[in-house]
Design a protein around this ligand. Structure first.
Ligand code: SF4
Length: 220
C-alpha cells in the first residue's frame, strides 16, 4: 500500500485557517485535479491536467512525520477524485494522525474510513457549481464531520437555508460553517442573517489565513 502514488501539487505546514480546527497547527497535502470550476476558486493552480507530481504514500508519510505535526489535512483541488486518496487516509490514520479532508461534496465519499473527518463544501449559486452537490454524501456524515457554506451574496444564504431545511442538515449534529467569499459579502451581513435564522449548529467562520497573509498567497 505504501508504494501507491498520488499526484500532489504541494505539501506545507501552516495553521488550519477554517473549520472548528481553525488556529491549530496543521500539515497540508494538496492533491492535483478538480472536477468543478467554481467562480471564486483560489486554487486554480491545483486544477489543471498537468499540475502536480507523483509521490508515494511512503514519501508523504515521511514528510508528515518530519513536520512533527499531528493534524493533517488532505485537500485540493478535489482530493476524493484520486483512487489512492483512500489508502493515503488509511495510512495516515493508521499511523495515529488526526486527518481532515476538505472536499467539494460532488464526489461519492462512501469508501473513506469513518475516522476521517470530512469537511464538505456545500456549493451555493454564486459558485456556479451548486448543481454538483451530491446529497448521498450526507448519509455518510459522522461525528467529527462538518458542512461548509461559502456565501457570496444574500441569495446564496437563502439558498443555503432552503438546502439545509430540505435535507434536514441542521438535525445531523454536525457543525454548519458559514463564511464569506472573500471581498464579495461583508461577514457582518452573514452574522446578521445567522442571528435572524437561528439555524441549529450554525457557526460563523473567517478564513483566518487570508487575514494573516495576503489573500492570494499560496501554501498557507
Ligand atoms: S471545488 Fe475547490 S478546487 Fe475545485 S474549482 Fe471549486 S473551489 Fe476550486
Amino acid at each position: 500500500m505504501l508504494n501507491k502514488t498520488l499526484k500532489v501539487v504541494e505539501t506545507f505546514a501552516s495553521i488550519q485557517g477554517e473549520s472548528t480546527h481553525a488556529g491549530r497547527l496543521c500539515f497540508f497535502i494538496r492533491l492535483a485535479g478538480c472536477n468543478l470550476a467554481c467562480s471564486y476558486c483560489d486554487t486554480v493552480y491545483a486544477r489543471g491536467e498537468d499540475c502536480g507530481t507523483l509521490r508515494t504514500i511512503a514519501e508523504l508519510l515521511d514528510e508528515v512525520a518530519a513536520s512533527k505535526i499531528k493534524l493533517v489535512e488532505i485537500t485540493g483541488g478535489e482530493p476524493a477524485l484520486q483512487a489512492n486518496t483512500v489508502p493515503l487516509a488509511e495510512a495516515l490514520l493508521g499511523n495515529g494522525y488526526e486527518v481532515l479532508m476538505e472536499t467539494n461534496g460532488s464526489v461519492r465519499l462512501d469508501l473513506f474510513p469513518p475516522e476521517l473527518k470530512k469537511i464538505i463544501d456545500v456549493k451555493l449559486p454564486s459558485s456556479e457549481m451548486h448543481e454538483a452537490n451530491d446529497i448521498v454524501n450526507y448519509r455518510f456524515l459522522r461525528e467529527g464531520d462538518e458542512l461548509k457554506f461559502v456565501a457570496g451574496s444574500v441569495e446564496d444564504l437563502e439558498y443555503a437555508y432552503s438546502w439545509i431545511k430540505r435535507w434536514g442538515l441542521d438535525t445531523l449534529g454536525v457543525p454548519l460553517l458559514f463564511s464569506a467569499v472573500f471581498g464579495k459579502i461583508e461577514p457582518a451581513e452573514i452574522v446578521e442573517w445567522l442571528l435572524e435564522k437561528k439555524i441549529p449548529n450554525s457557526r460563523m467562520q473567517l478564513q483566518m489565513h487570508k487575514f494573516i497573509w495576503h489573500p492570494d498567497k499560496r501554501g498557507v
